[in-house]
Ligand binder design. Structure first.
Ligand code: LMR
Length: 393
């Protein structure tokens, strides 16, 4: 039987992680996978997580199953964190999932279950795993223009023209904040225009929000998601706790469904059914830590403070890199790096140049020239700037 298996294309981000590990050079710079790192290259366990783990260890008395949809207090806390008061709770259904990717996968399956011929509009570019999962599920994708190669900002006119071709029954996949892989994001008024197009076309939005708190702050980063969810009759939201709680390996995420016109028992039942088919009960450990933190004023404040330090640290790195590039290149053409938000920026150069920087200078960025800004520090910024200028970007 297994002789029928076909070799799968390796995931570019994960393959790069391995290449970096295998590189014996001491002076190598990892700007690959989207994992936060501090100035010494460590991915710390956040203080509030450590405290919550201690509390959990002391207080937890059973490891028996929780709920098929997740622990209700986790779902409530996450709906509040992401949606605030934007949507009446009676219209929101949710399931805890293994990470944000689990939520994305469940969302696509729910779409396929509801409308097998739905087309999913995806930004060009988007997180490669969106495309890979959609292809695996046999779902039709329609790319919409997003990244402007000249300005390294959003090609908003192109995006709007493409989104206007969507129809009722289609889905438009949007990044709630901190667009991955480009770092280029919509402004508030542009989001309002997107909501108008959603209502004009009848297409349903699906929002992937994996970096809340890494862009302009926890509340600011949720603003677009809240506006969209409040502005349309139906919406799917896949949220991740991997980055903002730093609990990558605990696989903690949630899929939310807002549906004003659908019976809540049907909506919730469909989500729970999908959990049961795919993995039965969702993981609980990370979800419990998040719940402890969000429901405790002191821990929540400490989590917010540490997250804010991470966010402002990344902003400082952005500004320092843009400044260093200005000094080394004698031009201001890299100013976009300070405008981008979140963990990533797309430099906007060719895979050949990316390979050259890796071979000559030990700099690891994804082949589409996505850089993880958190992988930089004061020592590596000049090295990267030199390599970028030497590569003629
Ligand atoms: C990334 O984009 O690097 C992260 O979301 C990690 C992943 O799974 O690809």
């Amino acid at each position: 039987m297994f002789e029928n298996l076909k070799a799968q294309k390796s995931d570019a981000i994960l393959a790069l992680m391995q290449m970096y590990r295998d590189d014996p050079r001491a002076k190598k710079v990892d700007l690959g996978v989207g994992v936060y790192k501090d100035a010494s290259g460590n991915t710390p366990i956040m203080r509030a997580i450590k405290t919550a783990e201690q509390r959990l260890w002391t207080e937890q008395t059973t490891k028996s199953y929780v709920g098929l949809a997740g622990a209700p207090d986790f779902n409530d806390a996450m709906v509040q964190l992401v949606l605030g008061d934007a949507v009446p709770r009676a219209h929101v259904s949710s399931v805890a999932t293994p990470g944000g990717t689990g939520a994305v996968r469940q969302a696509f399956e729910l779409i396929r279950m509801s409308n097998p011929s739905a087309r999913v509009f995806v930004s060009d570019p988007t997180w490669p795993n969106h495309l890979s999962i959609l292809a695996y599920l046999g779902m039709e994708m329609v790319p919409y223009r997003y990244f402007d190669a000249d300005t390294r900002g959003v090609d908003f006119d192109g995006m709007m023209a493409d989104l206007k071709t969507a129809q009722k029954g289609d889905v438009i996949l949007l990044h709630g904040c901190c667009h991955n892989p480009t770092g280029a994001n919509l402004t508030g008024p542009q989001w309002a225009d997107v909501i108008t197009v959603l209502n004009d076309t009848g297409a349903m939005p699906m929002i992937d929000i994996a970096y809340q708190g890494f862009g302009d702050g926890v509340e600011a980063d949720a603003a677009a998601t809240r506006a969209v969810a409040a502005g349309v009759p139906e919406c799917l939201i896949a949220a991740s706790c991997s980055k903002n709680f730093g609990i990558y390996r605990e696989r903690t995420g949630i899929l939310m469904m807002t549906a004003a016109g659908t019976d809540k028992a049907l909506a919730q039942g469909s989500l729970s059914f999908l959990n049961r088919q795919n993995y039965s009960f969702p993981p609980d450990h990370g979800a419990r830590l998040v719940t402890i933190i969000l429901n405790d004023d002191e821990l929540r404040a400490d989590w917010m403070a540490e997250l804010e330090d991470m966010r402002t640290g990344m902003l400082t790195l952005r500004e320092a890199l843009a400044k260093e590039l200005e000094a080394q290149s004698g031009s201001n053409r890299f100013g976009f790096l300070a405008q981008h938000r979140g963990m990533f920026s797309r430099l906007g150069t060719s895979p050949e140049m990316v390979a050259k920087m890796r071979e000559d200078s030990g700099i690891y960025m994804v082949g589409d020239s996505r850089m993880n800004i958190a992988g930089l520090n004061a020592e590596t910024i000049p090295i990267l700037a030199k390599a970028i200028v030497a590569a003629g970007v």
